[in-house]
Design a protein around this ligand. Structure first.
Ligand SMILES: Cc1ncc(COP(=O)(O)O)c(C=O)c1O
Ligand SMILES: [Zn+2]
Length: 426
């Protein structure tokens, strides 16, 4: 059975049945999925979850997913999404000055190497239930990739709207799946407004417009996995990148649900990270303001370049009520953050990951995150999609003739002092 009861307004509590609708008719606040948590608590426990396959569907009772049927068409629930590594990061911990550090590595989430695969899978399961045959999204890149790939796997027609200036890899990794890519001469906020108008006109399932309440639920699985991978424990603090603010808000909600179920105890300070060139949420948090003032984005972190964040107010509220804080990172700090994570832990994150690492460093240095506690960094996308951001910031490599003498000259020019560099015994 399904434990999702319907939709409920975040602000006024008005309830709705399941419909493709994002906002409350009474007060315009976002709608969210409501669950029968006591019934979930009676039906499910950590031991039963542990026996299930290693993917995000192990938490299906906590998602707006219909029970499995002998479906005649493919469903997203057949895809291997989620259960990405929670990697202990001792070398990065030393560099940042914190005792116990983990990287939640959604840079290797399937099928398109970002956390957006999680949200699209839930949105599409609902899109199929609502009978949509055309799906769409407005995207800063990663969502475009995830929508295009899963639409192909499910046989849905997809229209994808993005700003025209996206990274080449994100454009190609959308078009390859046969989706129709519509690049708009404007920033994300222009693109999103257009999609809102399209949703009024056409019977399309637009994942972050009329399917947004369902889409957003997919992000809770990041929180469930972190808690389970820590042995049903919450980290003392967590740092999460923010664009629209949905991922951070839903990680907070995921931890709340686990506490309500009695599966974890204690608090987790949820901290947000943005690029300095697009920091409407972190600026509001630092000013102690609940109001989000929109900005015109100027940052290399294009995936996070949302100047008017739909869930900004709720992200700010989550940060405040959990005792977290927010920081932001300049373009050069973002590049340094990407390099530091790669060089210490062997994880190549996209620009959003550089934002997270650089912001975490500032939060630790300022004492906003306890250096003696446990900390999780949410790495949400893959560095192979944003090569342009780092290409000009790496040490030169050499081209040598295929001769040992040339290589030896090169090696001695490096003046390295390390065991193994002395001549081998004959
Ligand atoms: C890699 C990556 N991380 C984080 C985010 C932020 O997600 P949200 O809009 O839910 O704040 C995005 C959004 O596009 C993203 O692409
Ligand atoms: Zn309302």
């Amino acid at each position: 059975m399904s434990y999702a009861l319907g939709l409920r307004c975040r602000d006024c509590g008005q309830t709705y049945s399941f419909t493709p609708q994002a906002g409350c008719e009474a007060c315009f606040a976002p709608l969210e999925v409501a669950y029968d948590l006591p019934a979930i608590g009676r039906a499910l426990d950590p031991a039963r979850i542990a026996a299930r396959p290693a993917n995000m569907w192990r938490y299906r009772e906590l998602l707006p997913i219909e029970p499995e049927t002998a479906a005649s068409r493919p469903r997203p629930t057949a895809l291997q999404i989620g259960w990405t590594p929670l990697q202990p990061a001792p070398r990065l911990a030393r560099a940042l000055g914190v005792r116990e550090l983990y990287v939640k590595n959604d840079a290797v989430n399937f099928p398109t190497l970002s956390f957006k695969d999680r949200v699209v899978a839930v949105a599409f399961d609902c899109a199929l239930r609502f009978g949509f045959s055309v799906v769409a999204c407005s995207s800063t890149g990663n969502l475009a990739n995830a929508v295009a790939a899963q639409a192909a796997a499910l046989g849905l027609e997809a229209f994808i709207f993005t700003p025209a200036d996206l990274e080449a890899a994100k454009i190609i990794a959308t078009r390859i799946y046969g989706a129709r890519l519509v690049q708009i001469d404007g920033n994300y906020d222009h693109v999103n407004r257009l999609c809102g108008e399209i949703a009024q006109k056409l019977a399309w399932g637009i994942v972050n417009v009329n399917l947004r309440p369902f889409y957003a639920e997919g992000s809770k699985t990041v929180a469930y996995e972190i808690a389970e991978q820590l042995g049903w424990r919450l980290p003392n603090a967590l740092v999460c990148p923010m664009a629209g603010g949905s991922l951070l808000t839903k990680i907070g909600r995921g931890f709340d649900e686990l506490r309500a179920l009695g599966w974890v105890q204690g608090d987790s300070r949820i901290c947000g990270a943005q690029a300095t060139g697009c920091s409407p949420i972190s600026t509001a948090v630092k000013r102690g303001s609940r109001e989000i003032v929109p900005q015109k984005p100027r940052t290399i972190a294009r995936s996070l370049a949302i100047g008017d964040p739909a869930d900004g107010v709720y992200a700010g509220e989550t940060i405040r009520r959990t005792g977290g804080w927010a920081e932001d990172a300049t373009d050069s700090e973002i590049v340094e953050g990407i390099r530091l994570l790669a060089e210490t832990e062997g994880i190549f994150a996209e620009t959003a990951g550089g934002v997270t690492v650089a912001s975490a460093r500032k939060l630790i240095a300022a004492g906003r995150i306890d250096a003696e506690g446990s900390l999780v960094l949410v790495i949400s996308g893959n560095g192979l999609k944003t090569l342009d951001a780092v290409a000009d910031h790496l040490p030169q490599s050499v081209v040598l003739p295929p001769r040992l003498a040339d290589f030896e000259n090169y090696l001695s020019s490096l003046q390295l002092e390390a065991p193994g560099l002395e001549p081998a015994l004959a």
